[in-house]
Ligand binder design. Structure first.
Ligand SMILES: [Fe+2]
Length: 322
């Protein structure tokens, strides 16, 4: 059976993609940002997911103001990078997982979440920037390390879905994944945010206090976040801060209690606060950790206290700026 083993929250600032594509990662301004993801990339190489589900929003690349689905699931075999005005990003075409995506669509829609099924779509920086941050820079002639299922969420035109709806959709996605018969390790990304506003009198707004509380509650008390109304995101985190509801889809797909193994926060990147968090489901996280340490041929499921200890050790190893 397939399992969601971990959730990743990450900003998807387009300027991060431009810095990567134009080889500016070693410049002091950008090094501060990219260095916060080095341990995350090492974590990802260890975890080696079979599939990633990436929750993101389209920025008028595949959709436009003429047609904006609230939730759109990518069921295609591949997703080319979109031309966002200066040509497609030089990243590989994203390979999808049509069988699992179709299974998720069936399960979630029969659970009364009315997804739009996309059998053809291009993907923009909202998806490819977090993939770069977690998988590393990959030449356009290379390959992303695993298939990816895109889930695009409308956070660009009112009304976006509520945080509660997003959180419950995450739970439905988890149920769908766990009813898929193949033994797959799945990770789920929630992307966007954190606090930022890109236009109007409050352009440049960043609210670190709000962002920290969001990350704290995402880890420990996500139900509290699911009750936050849109107007609070707008007031406290800026007009584009509403992107943070997408992190609640990721969080809803995880256990109620998770191990936070890494967090990174820096200000600014472009005019945005950059936030990042890695949350592991305890059972799977412990099992993965135990396999890393156990000698070949002597691998077995760890006792509960050992699982928690492994997660604590991993957290200490990965701990960065908090
Ligand atoms: Fe965005």
């Amino acid at each position: 059976m397939a399992r969601i083993i971990a959730g990743i929250g990450s900003s998807h600032v387009p300027a991060i993609g431009a810095a990567l594509d134009n080889n500016k990662t070693e410049e002091p301004y950008w090094k501060r940002v990219f260095s916060g993801f080095e341990k995350s990339q090492a974590w990802m190489r260890e975890i080696k997911p079979d599939v990633a589900i990436v929750v993101y929003n389209d920025h008028a690349s595949t959709f436009s103001v003429e047609m904006i689905p609230t939730f759109a699931l990518g069921c295609a075999a591949e997703f080319p990078p979109a031309d966002e005005g200066w040509g497609p990003r030089p990243v590989p075409v994203v390979q999808g997982h049509p069988a699992l995506a179709s299974h998720i669509a069936q399960s979630v829609i029969l659970d009364e979440f009315d997804l739009t099924i996309c059998n053809k779509m291009e993907v923009d920086h909202g998806m490819t920037v977090p993939m770069n941050l977690l998988f590393g820079k990959i030449d356009k002639n290379g390959h992303w390390p695993c298939p990816v299922i895109p889930l695009a969420v409308n956070v660009v035109m009112y009304p976006p879905p509520t945080g509660h709806r997003c959180y419950m959709l995450g739970k439905a996605i988890r149920k769908a994944v766990e009813s898929y018969p193949e033994d797959l390790k799945v990770v789920i990304f929630g992307t966007g945010g954190l606090s930022h506003q890109i236009s109007g009198p409050r352009a440049g707004l960043i609210n670190p206090k709000w962002d920290k509380a969001f990350l704290d509650n995402l880890s420990k008390n996500p139900k509290k976040l699911s009750k936050i109304p849109h107007v609070d995101y707008m007031r406290e985190a800026g007009a584009e801060g509403i992107e943070m509801v997408m992190w609640l889809i990721m969080r809803g797909a995880l256990d109620d209690k998770v191990d936070e193994v890494y967090r990174f926060y820096t200000v600014p990147a472009s005019n945005t606060a950059v936030g990042h968090i890695i949350l592991e489901n305890r059972w799977r996280g412990g099992k993965v950790a135990a396999r890393r340490k156990a000698p070949a041929g002597k691998r077995k499921a760890p006792a509960v206290k050992h699982k928690r200890a492994a997660a604590r050790a991993r957290s200490a190893r990965l701990s960065g700026m908090r």
